[in-house]
Design a protein around this ligand. Structure first.
Ligand code: NAI
Ligand code: MG
Length: 361
């Protein structure tokens, strides 16, 4: 039989990044094994991290991006260390990949798992399931602005942090959200802005949203201000299907969503270059979690679910669904990590998911 081989660049990064990436790769190994030679994953690990930066003065060495570009996908852990300012590490590694590879669509499903307690009472009554679609290339994280450190005298420093909203960037993410909504049981897109206060970029967003919506008469729409949307996440989450928002707003809302689903540790994400000119990058939503790093107790579900999103990107939807089902079966059986109130460590969680994957295959 012909083997389909997928080449993956793994970047464990800092803190718990290493252990959750190991967990996800263990699951991918199992997927390959169960395919009986149909699927193979060829994984190359890159040691780019904050300790690499402290040694070499850079997170990504010369030629590193060219090297990454040869792979079909990037599997990322987390970056962030007490020894390096957070804006240096984030711009040095994560944004240094998402920006040049034009991974403009960041998909963050909010998934409620069986057996996991949600702080939301509604989670027991309704089937909650929505996806945050984050504009991932511009907006508030465009990196534009500057500081006047000394020119105005002591105590008078000023800083400008400018948001960039282009019509093209806005339109492509909104269209992406509508196309995604069409594939879902509830065909609805909620657009999030703060256009009452931010009259330039966010009003442009609203106008583009209305224009694009006209091309999707079969999709229900609403426009909600970000402060109201944060309340809606808590009070009426059953009304959500696809939520599209700017870089900053969606970053915040997706953490809120994962906390409502039980923990940051279960949230998955995909940074997609939908044109496939560059590899896409798959990573858990959480950071390096220095408070629990090195203890082997981190929740691997966010990283494993991100690997499932990678399988989807490879067109392996059946395999991706099996991974998601194995996770649900394990949590439903009450096998839970510490952040979800259980006592399974990272390896025990991973092996339980692997065993279930083998059982249902
Ligand atoms: P964090 O996500 O690392 O941790 C927040 C809280 O959630 C902590 O109490 C942590 O123990 C817990 N947590 C996170 N993931 C978990 C998991 N898989 N299992 C169990 N518990 C988990 O966010 P924080 O503390 O704001 O940032 C820590 C560092 O990570 C910083 O340097 C920050 O810049 C960086 N960071 C990096 C990101 C990335 O690489 N994509 C994203 C967010 C933060
Ligand atoms: Mg975040």
């Amino acid at each position: 039989t012909d083997t389909q081989t997928f080449s993956i660049a793994s970047i464990p990064g800092d803190g718990i990044g290493g252990e959750v990436v190991t967990a996800g790769l263990r699951v991918l190994d199992t997927v390959a094994k169960l395919s009986d030679g149909g699927i193979a994953f060829d994984v190359t690990e890159y040691p780019w991290s904050s300790s690499y930066y402290l040694e070499n003065g850079t997170y990504i060495p010369d030629g590193g991006l060219e090297e990454l570009q040869k792979h079909d996908a990037i599997y990322f852990g987390a970056v962030g260390s007490a020894e390096v300012p957070d804006h240096t590490s984030l711009w040095g590694l994560r944004l240094a990949i998402t920006q040049p590879f034009d991974q403009w669509a960041n998909i963050r499903p909010v998934t409620f798992l069986p057996g996991v307690e949600s702080p939301l009472r509604k989670a027991d009554e309704a089937d909650l399931d929505w996806i945050v679609v984050r504009e991932n290339s511009e907006g508030e994280y465009a990196g534009m602005g500057g500081r006047n450190l000394s020119g105005r005298g002591p105590g008078n420093e000023v800083a400008l942090q400018t948001s960039l909203h282009t019509e093209k960037g806005t339109e492509r993410i909104i269209r992406f959200a509508f196309d995604l909504a069409r594939t879902r049981p509830v065909k609805k897109v909620s657009s999030v802005t703060k256009s009452n206060a931010q009259q330039y970029g966010m009003v442009l967003w609203d106008e583009v949203f209305a224009r694009v919506a006209a091309d999707y008469p079969d999709v229900e729409t609403e426009s909600v201000l970000v402060d109201a949307m944060s309340a809606k996440f808590v009070l009426h989450p059953e009304q959500l299907s696809v939520v599209v928002a700017s870089n900053l707003h969606a970053d915040i809302l997706s953490d809120l969503g994962s906390a409502l689903a039980g923990s940051l540790g279960i949230a998955a994400s995909a940074n997609l270059n939908p044109e496939k000119r560059f590899p896409s990058m798959f990573e858990p939503v959480h950071g390096s979690a220095p408070d629990i790093a090195g203890q082997g107790v981190s929740n691997p579900i966010g990283a494993i679910s991100s690997a499932a999103l990678m399988l989807d990107d490879f067109g392996l939807h059946g395999e991706a669904d099996e991974v998601r089902r194995a996770i649900e079966d394990v949590t439903a059986a009450g096998i839970l990590p510490r952040d979800l109130g259980g006592d399974a460590n990272t390896i025990e969680m991973t092996e339980a998911i692997v065993a279930q994957l083998e059982a249902i295959h």
